[in-house]
Design a binder for this molecule. Sequence first.
Ligand SMILES: CC[C@@H](C(=O)O)C(=O)SCCNC(=O)CCNC(=O)[C@H](O)C(C)(C)COP(=O)(O)OP(=O)(O)OC[C@H]1O[C@@H](n2cnc3c(N)ncnc32)[C@H](O)[C@@H]1OP(=O)(O)O
Ligand SMILES: [Co+2]
Length: 145
Amino acid sequence: MKLGRLNHIGVATPDLDASIAFYRDVMGATDVTEPFVLESQQVRVCFVNTPGENGTAGTQIELLQPTAADSAVGKWLEKNPLGGQHHICYEVPDILEAKAWFEKLGKRVLGEPRVGAHGTLIFFVHPKDMGGQLTEIMETPKGAH
Ligand SMILES: CC[C@@H](C(=O)O)C(=O)SCCNC(=O)CCNC(=O)[C@H](O)C(C)(C)COP(=O)(O)OP(=O)(O)OC[C@H]1O[C@@H](n2cnc3c(N)ncnc32)[C@H](O)[C@@H]1OP(=O)(O)O
Ligand SMILES: [Co+2]
């Protein structure tokens, strides 16, 4: 497998609107997308777009508020009530090849690939097999970069 671009850092929050205000008013973010609900992951989500070099797109912060207490993010917030960095997401050119790669290495892939917030297939690899870091792998959107 060839590691691709760092697509986003997932940040969990108990209050998405307060976090948006924080990124705008404290961090100076100028490009924050409209929140939407992704039922398959039980989250309300939006992106803070950070600028890259020479006008290119930088890495995104993905703000996540759980829509259910017993969801992945809901359970994580129970242990981390202030919120904070929840996962990191890398792009790959071929999601099935990447899944086979991690499985061959004996890493726990959490469920089957499903459509994520960017409209392409994603899967997660268990944090205990990844140096403590919950890792999201997403297929690069067609035509991106
Ligand atoms: C917006 C959509 C999408 C996108 O397109 O980008 C997303 O990003 S959705 C993001 C939310 N979805 C997920 O996180 C799905 C994958 N996660 C899971 O399947 C689960 O959260 C999990 C990782 C399997 C953990 O679930 P579970 O085992 O039920 O929870 P525990 O609390 O018992 O945790 C066990 C163990 O793992 C540690 N842990 C849990 N979450 C994380 C984390 N985010 N980062 C690091 N470590 C984590 C937890 O602390 C436990 O450790 P011990 O206490 O040492 O046992
Ligand atoms: Co994510």
